[in-house]
Design a protein around this ligand. Structure first.
Ligand code: NAD
Length: 458
């Protein structure tokens, strides 16, 4: 069993989950899994066991890791000393002004630890990085240290909201290594690190591993956007997108995931990685018809939803849910925030709610100043002409709809997540609008009519 520390650069979403899970799995043996971050305030909070984000089960894992001494946090790059494996999990967001990925944090993180790297250290990009980044990192580290430093790519595929299960039970682990003995050693080392997870380990080239991550997210984004677009057709053609999804899900060529229409692409990965893939392809002189088409479809879908709500002629709208999906407090690229901003731009009065205590305050600076934040969903709905359910938090599944109806001024409930049972809405006297459900009065044709309103269950 190893007694050398395992080091993670970046203690954000991926770094923190990876650190806590690897510590739990005893990946560094008696030595700690050490998460290094440049954010001193974050490190101080993490050392006290305070989490900056909501992820089910993570607080318990971090507390256990800190308690056993298997997990530690620091902002001192010198602490990398002695580590055999250094995982780089810093942010790789789009550069301001274009969609190109900013890999400066990856290089900065590696540069900060370069003087303290052991001769046999393996530096691994876990961040989602454009093709060629890991190889370039190896060149930079060799230049900085004056000796060859082994590098590998090991993209992370976890989903927020189920990050611990995804990390501990991944469907596969992708490892990208250069050919030759150094690559073989790197693959063997990472294979041993992940062996306790029991997942198939795929060894790819550096470039293939980097691109595999973008390909996965772009394909998922395509599936989501396809279902969103299909929902518009279903509404005017008298078809039921949920029934179609059931039929699709049983086809092994398609699979069951990402078949539910919703408010559009969101979160810190899917839209970013889709854009980055398009940008990357075009930078290599390759057309990105599919990725560009999906981006356009997503923008059109979000416009359609906003138009559908505006067509209900509301003056006051309640929006339930701010995070981009349930079980995470992550607000990055949340479609709910975009929708609120669009509706507010049309002069509507908006009151919003999110059930996670930290989410609403974190959303405050991201929202127009005059959007009110309510302490509970019923307060948000008070006086609303339209209530929009934007995030599928469990607590919204059990809303007292009679109470919602009683507190609203209007009757329209727009459920973008298909969590409200039509019969329950009907019983409460609400007009339920959902995505991709046949409008009772919809003509069977023409199916190509532009749909700007959402279907209603009267
Ligand atoms: N969030 C997800 O669901 C997810 C899933 C899979 C992959 N990814 C990818 O993982 C990467 C990280 O994503 P995230 O959501 O964890 O980002 P994040 O913003 O939550 O965390 C990044 C952390 O890196 C730190 N950092 C920045 N520069 C640093 C440096 N020089 N040295 C040390 N730390 C530094 C920041 O302070 C921050 O705490 C991205 O490439 C992302 O695309 C994210």
């Amino acid at each position: 069993m190893s007694t050398r520390p395992l080091c993670i650069l970046g203690a954000g979403y991926v770094g923190l989950v990876s650190g806590a899970c690897l510590a739990e799995a005893g990946a560094a043996g008696d030595a700690p899994v050490l998460c290094l971050d440049v954010d001193d305030a974050l490190v101080a909070r993490l050392c006290r066991g305070e989490l900056p984000l909501h992820e089910p089960g993570l607080a318990e894992l971090v507390a256990r890791g800190l308690g056993s001494g298997r997990l530690a946090f620091s902002s001192d790059p010198e602490r990398v000393h002695g580590a055999r494996v250094v995982l780089v999990s810093v942010g790789t967001w789009a550069r301001r002004g274009d969609d190109r990925t900013d890999v400066s944090h990856v290089h900065a993180a590696a540069r900060s630890v370069a003087p303290f790297l052991a001769d046999d250290a393996l530096v691994v990009t876990r961040s989602t990085v454009p093709v060629g980044t890991t190889r370039a990192l190896g060149v930079e580290l060799a230049r900085l240290t004056g000796r060859p430093i082994a590098v590998a790519s090991n993209p992370e595929f976890l989903r927020e909201g189920s990050a611990i299960a995804d990390f501990m039970h991944p469907p596969r682990v992708v490892i990208g290594c250069a050919p030759g003995p150094a690559g073989d050693d790197a693959a063997a080392l990472l294979g041993t690190l992940y062996a306790p997870l029991g997942a198939p380990v795929l060894r790819l080239s550096l470039e293939s591993a980097e691109l595999a991550k973008y390909a996965a997210n772009a394909l998922l984004a395509t599936k989501v956007s396809f279902m969103n677009e299909l929902s518009a057709l279903c509404e005017v053609a008298g078809a039921d997108v949920a029934a179609i999804a059931d039929a699709l899900a049983l086809d092994p060529r398609i699979g069951p995931g990402h078949l539910t229409p919703g408010p559009g692409l969101g979160g810190s990965c899917l839209p970013k990685d889709l854009r980055a893939l398009a940008e990357m392809a075009e930078a290599h002189g390759v057309a990105a018809h599919v990725a560009r088409g999906v981006l356009a479809a997503d923008a059109a879908h979000k416009r359609r939803l906003a138009d559908g709500i505006l067509a209900l002629a509301p003056r006051r709208v309640a929006v339930l849910g701010l995070s981009f999906k349930a079980d995470t407090s992550d607000l990055r690229s949340s479609p709910s925030l975009d929708l609120i901003t669009t509706l507010r731009g049309h002069g509507l009065t908006i009151t919003a709610h999110d059930p996670h205590a930290a989410t609403a305050p974190a959303a405050r600076p991201l929202l127009p100043a005059d959007v009110a934040l309510a302490p509970d969903p019923y307060a948000a709905c008070a006086g609303a002409d339209v209530t929009v359910l934007a995030t599928e938090w469990d607590s919204y599944r059990s809303l007292d709809l009679a109470r919602v109806a009683a507190t609203m001024r209007g009757r329209h409930l727009v459920d973008l997540r298909a969590v409200i049972a039509p019969a329950a809405a009907l019983a409460a006297g609400l007009d339920l609008h959902t995505l991709g459900q046949p409008r009772p009065s919809a003509p069977a044709t023409p199916v190509n009519r532009q749909s700007t309103s959402l279907s209603a269950h009267d």
